[in-house]
Structure formats: C-alpha cells, structure tokens
Design a protein around this ligand. Structure first.
Ligand code: NAD
Length: 497
C-alpha cells in the first residue's frame, strides 16, 4: 500500500501524526494507498520554505530560470509513460487520455521557457526633456495553487511553471483523491535543477486550503475546482488581501445547426461528452439541436455510435473511457440520472447498472443520454461531471444562443455549422470564455489563456499564456532623469515638457 506525504524544501516530508485520507484505484474500487492530510503547521512549513527560496529565485535572471524549465520539460517528456500510468491508476482515465493531459501540461512548461519575452517592459525615451519612462513586471512572492481531481498533472502545470518562470515561488495543494503525480512532478523539478523551496507540494483538504488562504505570506492563489469552492476560495482569499483567480464548474453546450455534418458532429459530441467519463471541465454536457429534423438525425446517429463504446479499466487498451474517480462522485452521478427520470426527461441511453467482469466494484457508469430536457430541470441547471448528455431542441438559432447565455456557468461552448455567419455571430455573442467552432473541446493552447465567464471563473485573470503572466506579476513604472539641471522645487503636479 503506497504512502504519499508532502514535498517540502526539495525532499519528501512526512508528519507521522497527520490525519490521512484513502487513495483508491477507481477501476477496482479498492484502496491502494494513503495520503497525509497536511496540518496547519505542515502547510506553514511549506510556505516558509517558499518564502525563504523567493529571495534568491526572484533575483535569478529570467534566462537562467528558463534554462532550468527547459531541462524540466525534457525530463517530463522522458518520464511521460510513468506520469501517465500514475494518473490513470488513481484517476481512472485511459492511458492515451492521461498522456494527452500530461502533454498539455508540458506545453505550459514549454511556454514558460520562453516567458522572458513577456517579462520585457515598455520603454519610452524623452517623455520629457531628458526624462525617460519604462515599465517592468516583477514577481509577487509566494503563490499557491489548489487543484481538482480530474487533471492531477495538467491543471497544476497550468499554474506553477508560469508562476516560477516569472520569479515567484509556489506551494501546490493538489487534490487528495489522486495525489501521487504532483509529488513526482516536484521530484522531477528538483532533478532538473530547480532550487529547493521554489516548488513545494502539500497534500491535504480544507485545513490545508484554509491555511493557504489565511497566510500573510501567500500573495496570490490560483484555484481550479467546483463552483461553490471556487467562490469560497475567491471571497476568503480576497478578504485576506490576496490576488485570486478561481476557476469553477461548467455546463458546456454544443449548438448543432441544421447544416452541420451529422457524422462529424456525432463523433465530436461522443468524444467530448463521454471521454474521460465526462470528468472534464470542457466536456460537452448539453447538445442543443436547432430544429426537430436536426435533433432526430443526430439522435439516430448518436445512439448507433454510443452503443459501440467500450467502457473499461485503463489497463484495457480497448477502453474508450474508464470509471468515475471516486465512490461519492459515482453515487452523485447515479443520483442525477435518477433525478432526471423523475423530472420527466426521457432517458434514451442508460449507463446505470454497469457491471464489468472482474471490476464489479469499480465506479463505472456507461454513456447516458436524456432527451426532452427542459431548462428548469436540475439535470440541466447543475453540473453533473459524468458521462451524462442532455439533449434539447429549439426552433431557432436565437433560442439556442439564449439558452447558452442564460445558463449561470460560462466555461466553454461550441457551435457546429457550415455557416460562417452563424459561427461569427455565435463567437461574438455567446457569453462564454472559450468558444469552439466545429471544435468540441476548445481548450486554448499554452500560449493563449484558459478561463471561463460567469460563475465558471471568479477573479479577473484566466490561466497560463499572457493572462497567467499578468496574474503572477506586478507592474512597476519608472520615470527617470539623469539631467544635472536644477530649477528648484516644484509645487504643482509635474507636467513634463
Ligand atoms: P472540488 O472543488 O471538490 O476540489 C478542488 C480542490 O478544493 C481540491 O484540492 C480540494 O481538496 C479542495 N476543497 C474541496 N472542498 C473544500 C472546502 N470545503 N474548503 C476548501 N477546499 C476544499 O473539485 P473536484 O471535485 O476535485 O474537481 C471537480 C470540479 O473541478 C468540477 O466542478 C470541474 O468542473 C472543476 N474543474 C474546473 C476546471 C476549470 O478550468 N474551470 C478544470 C478542471 C476541473
């Protein structure tokens, strides 16, 4: 049985008196390890370590920081198989899916290796006679990241590579459900030459999160998780005078226009609704068909293709997707399917009662599809975060867009169409942070920024890319003269000439 502790000041750190939480393999539904749940004092130790490391790290030249990150990127690539296997075992997703997510994380490290360019300020000569002005972006200090269970490698890597490339030090508090991969990520960073304390990892639950939120030594908090906790982290963190970006849950719509190619749309919908068992914040969970004929055509093809999907453990190469991550979440997803039936939605594919031979205790739910879903139903309003797709039919494109815009969550949305006019209108008018045009999971690449609107993001900054640099740096502007003239004191606001 594995024992996972913390990674503080360049090495593993264990507190034998700590509370522990179980680590499960969700495919077999069995406990495979234990994780220490960091106490206030353990988290404070990590913060202190990052505080000590900040002084030297922030003065390390950006190019030298980049060189370490470049070595780190190579090491991550070299260890991709191992990292993906750890993710799959504890999360449940298939190996190719886990690899894809590690790869997307590595791309942020790759972006961070070139961040020197984004740290350059603006320079204006002669803003006045013999006066120049220039700006610079400086690091904040100790930053912290709190991450969810669904991407134990990628989401942490949305945060700390950018933060440390900007000269900050970082305390990561990953999900206690799949904590092994973040520890490995930190070990590899040390192997790449990152000084001890620049990246610390503390495992834990609310106690650890609250310690980070209340610490006077933490300057900024990045959070990714469910909307209620995102809102809590945002309000508590900002009340404690921290800069906070808190990304929350999602209910992503795909608008299917009558001119959309049915085969391509079906493939895109199946992959995005059921891939990773729907445990992606960019999963499509609502298909909005414009017109009854569109709905009928899509439904026929969708049921045909869905019946061919194979749900199974990550160890089976044939599996299209795996189990849900944990028992509580599994029961929650099943209860939403029960609720949908009671609310009067028509269940046309039922993923309950899946029993796989040899994996009877695994948290498997098969592809589930509801039609005739109404906007006032709980299964439409709330995030389910499982392989459960709702289908809605509207008479017009305008009605479909209104649904997208009236939903309280605004992470991603897609439109499938051959019309450039509709695509442009949707892109410009959907109140959503990330838009796909004939792309079902429009996750921005590392050099753009990731983040939703409405109750999918609390705070002003998205993650990674240019927004990440802005979040992890403070702007300073200098006005400078070396003139030897002295015309005496000036008592009015200076007007340069
Ligand atoms: P969660 O909100 O339960 O947990 C996220 C983090 O918060 C974990 O580290 C957890 O330990 C901590 N936490 C949990 N309860 C807490 C509490 N009461 N007080 C303080 N901290 C607490 O989320 P999850 O179940 O791990 O992940 C799934 C959610 O994450 C989904 O809602 C999904 O949409 C969301 N998510 C969003 C994005 C995005 O970019 N918007 C990306 C991935 C996942």
């Amino acid at each position: 049985m594995k024992k996972i502790s913390h990674f503080i000041n360049g090495k593993l750190y264990s507190d034998k008196t700590a509370r522990t939480g179980p680590i499960f393999n969700p495919a077999i539904g069995e406990k495979i390890g234990e994780v220490e749940l960091g106490s206030k004092s353990t988290v404070e130790l990590a913060i202190q370590s990052s505080k000590n490391a900040f002084i030297k790290w922030s003065k390390t030249t950006p190019i030298n920081r980049s060189r370490i990150l470049s070595k780190y990127k190579d090491l991550l690539m070299k260890n991709m198989e191992e990292l993906a296997a750890i993710v799959s075992e504890e999360h449940g997703k298939t190996i190719p899916d886990a690899k894809g997510s590690v790869q997307r994380g590595i791309e942020v490290v790759e972006y961070a290796t070139g961040i020197t360019d984004s740290l350059k300020g603006d320079h204006s000569s002669s803003v006045g006679t013999n006066v120049d002005s220039y700006s610079m972006r400086q690091p904040l200090g100790v930053c912290a990241g709190i991450t969810p269970f669904n991407f134990p490698a990628m989401v942490p890597m949305w945060m700390y590579p950018v933060a440390i490339a900007c000269g900050n030090t970082f305390v990561l508090k990953p999900s206690e459900k799949d904590p092994s991969c973040p520890i490995r990520l930190a070990e590899l960073a040390i192997e790449a030459g990152l000084p001890p304390g620049v990246l610390n990892v503390v495992n834990g639950d609310k106690e650890a999160v609250d310690t980070l939120l209340e610490s006077k030594d933490v300057q900024a908090i990045s959070f990714v998780g469910s909307t209620p906790i995102a809102e809590y982290v945002y309000h508590t963190g900002t009340k404690n005078n921290k800069r906070v970006q808190a990304l929350g849950g999602a209910k992503n719509h795909m608008v299917v226009m009558p001119d959309a190619d049915v085969d391509k749309t079906t493939d895109a919908l199946i992959g995005s609704a059921f891939g990773s068992a729907g445990e992606r914040c960019m999963a499509i969970s609502v298909a909005v068909c414009v017109g009854k004929k569109t709905a009928e055509n899509l439904k026929t093809k969708l049921l045909e293709e869905t019946s061919k999907l194979k749900v199974g453990p990550y160890t089976d190469k044939e599996s299209d997707f795996g189990p849900l991550n944990n028992k509580a979440h599994y029961e929650k997803v099943l209860s939403y399917i029960d609720i949908g039936e009671k609310e009067g939605a028509k269940l046309i594919a039922d993923g309950r009662n899946m029993k796989l031979q040899g994996y009877e205790n695994g948290y498997f739910v098969g592809p589930t599809i509801f039609e005739d879903v109404k906007p006032d139903m709980k299964i439409y309003k709330e995030e389910i975060f499982g392989p459960v797709l709702s289908m809605i039919t509207t008479d017009t494109y305008e009605d479909a867009l209104k649904l997208v815009n009236d939903h309280e969550l605004g992470n991603g949305a897609a439109v499938f169409t051959k019309s450039g006019m509709i695509a442009k209108h949707f892109t410009e008018n959907a109140k959503i942070g990330m838009i796909g045009v004939n792309v079902p999971i429009p996750v921005p690449v590392a050099y753009h920024s990731f983040g939703g609107w409405k109750r999918s993001l609390f705070g002003d900054h998205s993650m990674h890319g240019p927004e990440g640099v802005r979040f992890y740096t403070k702007l300073k502007t200098a006005t400078v003269t070396w003139s030897e003239d002295n015309s005496g004191p000036e008592f009015t606001i200076p007007v340069l000439s």
